[in-house]
Ligand binder design. Structure first.
Ligand code: HPA
Length: 348
């Protein structure tokens, strides 16, 4: 990987492709990078700023780096699934540690960087790794990156994760599109004052609260039309994409067999420790969500062996290639679709 270091700046831009395109890219983004670097140096300490201001600063920083590249689709890569970002061409890589106010991943299997570029020929922002509640982050920190993606103007996100399979018939290594979720984390990222400032939002008029409404609608948390496209892409790739309900727990301990029996009785097909806070915030901001789980293990009490994080990561790595092919096929389909306004989901 080639790295471009910008003088007098702690930021760096990494470019994987050849020297020719490196020159083109760096000449395009260098002024923007330098501007962003100055902004980052000048940024005030987190304690002095409101959450809204922190989101705005991180957004302005990333916008300056990405300009004139304007992605409309975001992808969050879960445990063991980070290599999907290797398929991004013309990549600009930015570690979370370099972005103002961005929380840092502390877990194995989460690189902690943004990779922006083309996937299946479509501009995307890929988050290689996420932060979780169990790492000790507050709900608003967990969902900070999603706020920034929303403020950047993204219209659709694909949230991937590793999950334990609860539904009978699920196999380890299987991909499942989420049809709904059950929030069993014991908290909601929207608790607290709703941001009173307004923003211009495409299709929502001028006076739409900058972050979203006080009581956002969640009937179709996971977009039916994005799911239909994922099914189409899976068929073209010659594999079956199951659908299921994801139940989110806080972790970090895995569940007991009794909890899994209870979750199954509640209607859960999968269990995991992420995704739901991001989905809630994405829907709050009017972003369409496609959720994709990789069944890395059968949930507690359903498999022959005890659960381990090592197994979760290993199985994730085995599925990365199939997930990459699916996403490469899916991106042009989603890109064409989001030009059309979403139907059936009304924000009063
Ligand atoms: N439970 C919770 N989270 C998980 C699991 C699980 O079985 N597998 C992967 N993430």
């Amino acid at each position: 990987m080639r790295m471009v270091f910008i003088p007098n700046c702690t930021k760096m831009c990494a470019k994987r492709s050849g020297a020719a395109s490196l020159t083109i890219l760096s000449s395009k983004i260098k002024p923007a990078l330098l501007r962003a670097c100055r902004m980052n140096k000048a940024h005030r300490s987190t304690q002095q700023m409101t959450y809204f201001d922190q989101v705005s600063e991180a957004t302005a920083f990333l916008r300056a780096i990405l300009s004139p590249f304007t992605p409309r689709i975001g992808i969050v890569l879960g445990s063991g699934l980070g290599a999907v970002a290797d398929a991004v061409t013309e990549p600009v890589v930015m570690p979370y540690s370099q972005i103002p106010h961005f929380p840092q991943s502390t877990v194995v299997g989460h690189s902690g960087r943004i990779v922006a570029g083309l996937l299946g020929g479509v501009p995307v922002v890929v988050m290689q790794g996420r932060v979780h509640f169990y790492e000790g982050y507050l709900p608003q920190q967990v969902t900070f990156p999603m706020r920034v993606l929303g403020a950047l103007g993204l219209q659709a996100v694909i949230l991937t994760n590793a999950a334990g399979g609860i539904q009978e018939g699920y196999r380890v290594g299987q991909l499942v599109a989420l049809s709904d979720h059950i929030n069993f984390m014991g908290w909601n990222p929207l608790i607290g004052p709703n941001e009173p400032r307004f923003a211009v939002r495409p299709g929502a008029g001028l006076r739409f609260p900058a972050f979203g409404l006080r009581f956002p609608e969640m009937t179709e948390a996971y977009s039916k039309r994005l799911r239909a496209l994922a099914q189409e892409a899976a068929k073209e790739e010659d594999f079956a994409l199951a659908e299921g309900v994801y139940l989110a727990v806080s972790g970090p301990s895995y569940e007991t067999p009794a909890e899994i029996r209870a979750f199954r009785a509640l209607g859960a097909s999968l269990v995991g420790m992420s995704t739901v806070p991001e989905t809630i915030v994405a829907r709050h901001m009017g972003i369409e969500v496609l959720g994709l789980s990789c069944v890395t293990n059968l949930a507690a009490g359903l498999g022959a062996t005890p659960l381990s994080q090592q197994e979760v990561i290993e199985i994730g790595h085995q599925v990365e290639h199939r997930l990459t092919r699916l996403l490469q096929r899916l991106m042009p389909k989603i890109d064409a679709l989001i030009a059309t306004p979403e139907t059936g989901v009304k924000q009063p």
